[in-house]
Structures are given as structure tokens and as C-alpha cells.
Design a binder for this molecule. Structure first.
Ligand SMILES: [Fe+2]
Ligand SMILES: [Fe+2]
Length: 387
């Protein structure tokens, strides 16, 4: 597969910051894995892949085949990285150590791994998944057990997300506001109950085993030579108080050139994240796009429109942003081009390149390829998990 070196005319190609797309959904399996390299460090973001959802119009065998290809591609590139980033604990973003298809421990061995903090701003299911994962890591790299390293909670009070997302929470939607207030109230109650879990349980500490280190990324800034890594505070995995939990975005900067990887933000649907991306003005940004395959089920029209408006704002206002890889949730829907037509129109008007990973690599988007070969799964309900 090609790397960013081939992208002529970009500030990127002269800066020493390069990226290699390892796998994205447009290639046929759920993933948002990228290798970013500077002269100082190689950073492997989100080393994981899952099979496409039940309603995706290819056979189960083909889904398993693409997932395996993705995992092999990611593990084959891992030796180029000294740093690994795990934006959250959904299985398309990291590999557990009990996978049969590859030696997952090799993805992490000898590296500094920055992970989403598993103790706070994490939903119930990711709290549990993170504990299973850490127990595997601790047993593999430290020959001990998770309960031997757990510590009392370092905090029992957690700031409201509303404090640092004023734009999203301050937004008023005529005709939908009453319903929105009801949803936000339920969200606040859910936040209280999940906070109670964080405060009343033991926490996983940051860990080091010889040359393998596990650190929490939320809101951190790290300098490696002339390369700066910055991680956002926890962001909703979608709308306000999204029950899917939280993720962290990654920004990598070298020689004044910036790359942002948003992970799973469903659009972005939150205006404060769009504002942050515009203010950072990155040269390249990887954005997951709205999960249009869930329109009418999990995603309503209002929030879908927000996701479109936010990415259009980034295209119009981030003047250094020449390339947006718009891929992940969006590429699970064969009708994505029609659904987000406004985004492509605004990109064209502003002479910006908004494309999928497959198109960037000169390949066909699997979701589009399959439209020519209708499959029985096509008619199944699209209701499925985003994980
Ligand atoms: Fe994902
Ligand atoms: Fe996710």
C-alpha cells in the first residue's frame, strides 16, 4: 500500500511527517489504523480490526477474510512504531492478547503504549473490557495478576463534560429542544451512575515492565525529539452523554505540520471538537464520519445534520487542511455518497480533498463494490452495534 510520500504537492511530504494507512472500513473491515512516522518516532494508532456488521452486504467468509487481512497488515507494520495509541476499548481499535490469528503481544512489546484512561470517563462495557485487556497485559509482561496492582481510586469527583463542551451543550434546536432536554437529563443521570462506578472501584495504575510501558493518554502532551504528541481530553463517542462512552483524539506535530486522528466521534457531531480541529488547522485529518447505516435507528436527523455541518465547517475554515480521510463509520453504508453529498460538494467548492482510505490508496471502496452484487444480508435490519 502507498504512503503519504506519494502525495505530491503537500506540505507534508517536505516536513518529515509521513503516514501510512494500515486499514480503514472502506477496505472491508472495521478499523482506523494509521502509522505516523517522523524522524523522531513511529506512532501506530489504533491497532485493531473487527468484521463488518451483520447488515453489511458481503458474506461472513468475506468479512472474516478482510478482518484477517487488516490484522496482518497492522501487525506487519508494528515494528516501525515505538509508540502505540489505543483511543478506546472497542475491538476495532485494539487487539486483545487472546486473538488466535496473530501474536498480539508483539504489537505492544518494547513500546510505549498510550491508552484511553480505563478508570474514568469510560462506560460500563469498556470499563470491563479494559480490565480484561490489562489483566492479559499484566500477566504477559509482568507475570503477575491484575488484582495485585490495582489501587484505590485517585479521584471521586469528576468534572461535568458540560464544562468543556460549551458549544455543543449551549446549542438550541428549535422543534427538537424539548426532546433534547429530556435526553440530556437522562444523560446527566447516566453520568452520575457511571461516575459512581469509577469512584467506588479500584483503579488500574500506569505500568512499566522493562522496556514496555502503559500510560494513560487523556489530555496528555508528550515531546519526542522534535515531535509533539497531544491527546485530547475524553470526548464523547458520538452525541452528548453517548452511552458508547468516550474516546481520545490524537494530534501529531512535526516541523509545524500537524496530523489529527479523531477516532470514533461520529462525524464529528460535537461542535467543540470541530472548533478544536479548526483552531489547530491540521494539514491532514482522519475523521470517522457519521454512521449513516444507523440513520433512523440510533442516529436522528438533527444529529446527522450536525455531523454534516461540523465537517463542512472544518473544510471551509481550516485553511491548511488539504486532505481529510473521511472513513470508518461512514464507509459501512453503500449509500454514503448520497447521504453526505453536501460534504463532497463543499469540499469541491473549497478545493479540498475529502476521500476514503481506499480511494487514497487507489483501491475500490468495498461498500460500493458490493452494491453490484446484491447479497441476502442487504435486506436485513441495519440495527447493530458501532463497536
Ligand atoms: Fe470504531
Ligand atoms: Fe468505538
Amino acid at each position: 500500500m502507498s504512503s503519504s510520500k506519494e502525495w505530491a504537492g503537500s506540505a507534508l511530504s517536505d516536513s518529515g511527517l509521513n503516514f501510512e494507512i494500515l486499514w480503514y472500513d472502506s477496505l472491508g473491515a472495521k478499523s482506523s489504523s494509521v502509522l505516523v512516522q517522523t524522524p523522531d518516532v513511529g506512532v501506530l494508532i489504533d491497532p485493531g480490526a473487527s468484521a463488518m456488521q451483520r447488515g453489511f452486504p458481503i458474506s461472513r467468509v468475506k468479512k472474516a477474510y478482510y478482518r484477517l487481512r487488516a490484522l496482518r497488515r497492522i501487525s506487519g507494520a508494528a515494528h516501525k512504531a515505538q509508540v502505540v495509541v489505543i483511543s478506546h476499548y472497542h475491538f476495532d481499535h485494539f487487539c486483545r492478547l487472546d486473538l488466535k490469528s496473530l501474536d498480539s503481544a508483539a504489537l505492544y512489546r518494547g513500546k510505549t503504549v498510550f491508552l484511553k484512561n480505563p478508570n474514568q470517563f469510560v462506560n460500563f462495557s469498556q470499563w470491563a473490557r479494559a480490565r480484561t485487556f490489562f489483566s492479559q497485559l499484566i500477566s504477559k509482561f509482568g507475570q503477575t495478576k491484575l488484582d495485585k496492582v490495582l489501587q484505590p481510586a485517585s479521584s471521586t469527583v469528576f468534572p461535568s463534560p458540560e464544562e468543556y463542551m460549551p458549544l455543543a451543550f449551549g446549542k438550541v434546536f428549535p422543534g427538537y429542544q424539548e426532546r433534547r432536554e429530556e435526553i440530556l437529563d437522562k444523560g446527566r443521570k447516566w453520568f452520575k451512575s457511571v461516575s459512581k462506578m469509577w469512584a467506588s472501584n479500584l483503579w488500574i495504575p500506569q505500568l512499566r515492565f522493562d522496556d514496555t510501558e502503559f500510560k494513560f493518554m487523556d489530555g496528555q502532551r508528550v515531546e519526542i525529539g522534535n515531535t509533539i504528541l497531544r491527546f485530547t481530553p475524553p470526548l464523547f463517542h458520538g452525541v452528548e452523554y453517548d452511552r458508547l462512552g468516550w474516546v481520545c483524539s490524537t494530534l501529531i506535530e512535526h516541523n509545524g505540520v500537524k496530523l489529527i486522528h479523531t477516532s470514533d466521534v461520529q462525524g464529528p457531531v460535537i461542535e467543540d471538537l470541530a472548533e478544536w480541529i479548526v483552531s489547530e488547522n491540521p494539514n491532514v485529518v482522519f475523521i470517522d464520519g457519521p454512521p449513516t447505516y444507523l440513520l433512523g435507528f440510533v442516529v436522528n436527523k438533527v444529529n446527522f445534520t450536525r455531523a454534516i455541518e461540523n465537517v463542512c465547517r472544518i473544510i471551509r475554515e481550516a485553511d491548511k487542511t488539504e486532505l481529510i480521510i473521511y472513513d470508518h463509520h461512514l464507509m459501512r453504508d453503500p449509500l454514503f455518497k448520497k447521504r453526505v453529498a453536501d460534504v463532497y460538494k463543499v469540499a469541491e467548492e473549497n478545493h479540498k480533498r475529502v476521500i476514503s482510505a481506499a480511494e487514497y490508496l487507489g483501491q475500490e471502496i468495498v461498500a460500493l463494490k458490493t452494491r453490484r452484487y446484491p447479497h441476502p444480508h442487504n435486506v436485513r435490519c441495519q440495527q447493530t452495534l458501532l463497536v
